[in-house]
Design a protein. Structure first.
Length: 155
């Protein structure tokens, strides 16, 4: 299943392959630690149900159930879809200390983690849309992410 292999089994594409696969903005964000514009990105206001995966590796990172409107202009989530799918790294750029969030498998720069989110976690994963690909719930099986369909079943 796409995105389900372990991090040790994943082989990141070459720089040349990444430049061919990704848009200039996706490459700048994921490979050069860039940031896209607030309110000028694909998923900041996406309200569809589904999952968000790493644009590079395809690893599932976030669920729409954990997305909230942070009023920052970037997609924001209270938690990851599963433990350990992201790595946290101290970021001292821009004259401040922040916690950078990177994908586990591809080491893609995703965004930053803040402690000003809503309950129950109090966290805000502020993520660049350019680092993500959205898989609508109705396409999970077709796209190879059927393991996540249960997240959207009615109780």
């Amino acid at each position: 299943m796409e995105g389900m292999e372990s991090a040790s089994e994943y082989k990141k594409p070459s720089e040349e392959d990444l430049k061919a696969k990704l848009t200039a903005l996706q490459y700048k964000v994921t490979q050069e630690d860039g940031t896209e514009g607030a309110f000028q990105n694909t998923y900041w206001d996406n309200k569809q149900e589904g999952i968000y995966v790493d644009i590079v590796s395809g690893e599932a990172l976030f669920s729409s159930h954990d997305k909230f409107d942070s009023r920052t202009g970037w997609p924001s989530f209270i938690k990851t879809i599963a433990p350990d799918v992201v790595r946290e790294k101290k970021d001292v750029s821009l004259f401040m200390t922040r916690t950078e969030v990177r994908s586990r498998k591809a080491d893609s720069h995703l965004g930053h983690l803040f402690d000003d989110g809503p309950e129950p976690t109090g966290l805000r994963y502020c993520i660049n849309s350019a680092s993500l690909r959205f898989i609508p719930k109705e396409d999970l099986e077709k796209e190879g992410y059927e393991a996540y369909a249960s997240l959207f079943e009615s109780t």
